[in-house]
Design a protein around this ligand. Structure first.
Ligand code: IMP
Ligand code: MG
Length: 184
């Protein structure tokens, strides 16, 4: 069994445990239940944004009781720094989504630029509907007025790692969420 440390160091930064695996599981289950209810009778296509949303998507999808399909897309907006580059690159998607009910699975919505770009590009392919589920959201950081229908947890505008989220490509494997500790 993985021992969850109180602190985790990546390069020169120290992160402190903030959300436990148990709390994560509870919020993911609640989100899956809402999706199961709202999409009842529909056949949604879930689109997982790589790499960050992998962990959330796997846990969420294991609790989905719908006749669904799963795809992945690569959306990159962060380099190795902690602030958004503002530039969003989307790649690796060729599926025909015409007439489908799309649910994008995101790790975290910060400025909202990534999701806004995904909405725009995918909407141009004539899906029946398009919505999003994010594991985390930092509402205070929003620079666009996008609507995130399903949010597992809302957090303050702080930098976090774990459960798929990285700092300079590290820390994704942590089963809890860790926040940057600026006092260290
Ligand atoms: P946005 O385009 O500003 O909404 O940024 C969304 C993307 O930035 C997410 O999909 C993450 O990859 C990354 N991101 C935003 N905040 C954090 C964070 O606190 N830790 C790690 N990655 C983050
Ligand atoms: Mg991401």
């Amino acid at each position: 069994m993985f021992h969850l440390p109180d602190y985790y160091t990546i390069n020169d930064k120290t992160f402190k445990v903030m959300i436990s695996p148990e709390e994560i599981k509870k919020s993911v289950t609640e989100t899956a239940q809402r999706i199961n209810k709202d999409f009842k009778g529909k056949k949604p296509l879930f689109i997982i944004t790589l790499k960050g949303a992998m962990f959330f998507a796997v846990d969420l999808l294991r609790e989905i009781e719908l006749d669904c399909e799963i795809e992945t897309i690569s959306a990159k907006s962060y380099g190795t720094e902690m602030t958004s580059s503002g530039e969003v690159k989307i790649s690796g998607f060729k599926t025909d989504i015409t007439g489908k009910d799309i649910l994008i699975i995101e790790d975290i919505v910060d400025s909202g630029l990534t999701l806004s770009k995904l909405f725009k590009e995918l909407s141009a392919c004539n899906p029946a509907s398009i919505s999003a589920a994010a594991f985390l959201s930092k509402p205070a950081m929003r620079k666009t007025d996008i609507h995130v229908e399903y949010t597992a947890m809302e957090i303050a505008p702080e930098f976090v790692v774990g459960y798929g989220l990285d700092y300079a490509e590290k820390g994704r494997q942590l089963p809890g969420i860790y926040v940057l500790d600026e006092t260290k």
